[in-house]
Design a protein around this ligand. Structure first.
Ligand code: HPA
Ligand code: ZN
Length: 326
């Protein structure tokens, strides 16, 4: 596209990435064989054909099934390392990644296996690729608040290794306020709070995340644009919004990227940035997301640069590190 060179060359931070959503079918098939675990497809073509979603839940069912092959520290390391090597090519210099421990502990994989595998790859990524990183532990919102407290407890030995907590999985019917006490506790422990809201759920869920829970970042946030008062709060507080264009398209949050809120959000002075969410499932890593949204909305070079700047401004990097990129 017209801005491919600019997009390729811009340093970027990725702030909305589920590491289990970067698990490519090639690697999944290799690890399935290594661990002697059955998977429902035999070829790349079969896998890609299964990745045809009409809503969030259809994706989540396949996402949780795919990660079932992950059993050892080595598996979690290999998946994380593959992501880092891939986004090095996209000039990602910093990543704040979600992981979904309950999707592993619920099937008997210990928290430590998950965390140590991911952390080993992140450490290597900084040493060998120069990519800095932070980890965000996400709670599955289709589970209970009590289950979230159990996770918070069993993760205590690793608390120094993550910067924040998240809230993901099936949104509708599981509003932020279901987890009020849990996030209050997480805030007291010093964690940043990043909540998925307004992807499929109504503007009211964004309002709860922002005003009742005190979220530091809103993941997706598309449907906030239905509420002018909420737009005003997002502008006044400069709360980062982590938009994911190809995810929106894949999950039918949008039927056309031309309807994406990103350009309006930029024009309204909101702190929006562009991310890949689950690149192995949604057809593209971060630069492909920049390409797709730039093309669909006819973004200017200045707006593309603003999106990359916003990715640093919205990160949890220390101010001096941010300043190098803003
Ligand atoms: N939304 C909610 N939960 C998720 C997503 C998402 O886009 N990706 C992985 N878990
Ligand atoms: Zn997400």
């Amino acid at each position: 596209s017209a801005h491919s060179d600019l997009i390729a060359r811009l340093p970027k931070a990725e702030l909305h990435l589920h590491i289990e959503g970067s698990f490519e079918p090639e690697l999944m098939m290799a690890i399935a064989e290594r661990n002697r675990v059955d998977i429902p497809f035999k070829t790349l073509e079969e896998a890609k054909a299964a990745y045809d979603f009409s809503n969030l839940q259809e994706f989540l069912d396949i996402y949780y099934q795919g990660m079932n092959v992950l059993r050892t520290e080595q598996d979690f390391h290999d998946m994380t390392w593959a992501y880092l090597e891939r986004v090095k090519q996209d000039n990602v210099v910093h990543v704040e990644m979600f992981f979904d421990p309950q999707a592993h502990t619920e099937r008997g994989v210990p928290f430590g296996v998950v965390a140590e595998g991911i952390l080993a790859a992140l450490k290597r990524g900084e040493a060998e690729l120069g990519i800095t990183s932070e980890l965000i532990m996400s709670f599955l919102r289709h589970l209970s608040e009590g289950a979230g407290f159990v996770l918070l407890d069993e993760s205590i030995p690793w608390h120094e290794h993550f910067i924040g907590v998240g809230l993901d999985s099936s949104e509708v019917g599981h509003p932020p306020l279901k987890f009020r006490g849990l996030f209050e506790r997480c805030r007291e422990l010093g964690f940043k709070l990043c909540l998925h809201a307004g992807e499929e759920g109504p503007p009211e869920y964004v309002r709860e995340a922002l005003l009742d829970i005190g979220a530091d970042r809103i993941d997706h946030g598309n449907r906030a644009m239905e509420d002018p008062a909420l737009i005003q709060v997002l502008r006044d507080t400069q709360t980062p919004l982590t938009n994911c264009p190809l995810s929106n398209l894949s999950l039918c949050v949008l039927d056309d990227l031309k309807k994406s809120p990103v350009k309006t959000q930029l024009e309204e002075g909101l702190l929006v940035c562009v991310n890949s969410d689950d690149p192995a499932y949604f057809g593209g890593y971060i630069n492909q997301n920049y390409e797709a949204i730039s093309e669909a909305l006819d973004l200017s070079a200045g707006q593309i640069i603003q999106l990359a700047r916003n990715s640093f401004a919205g990160s949890f990097l220390p101010e001096d590190a941010k300043a190098r990129y803003i």
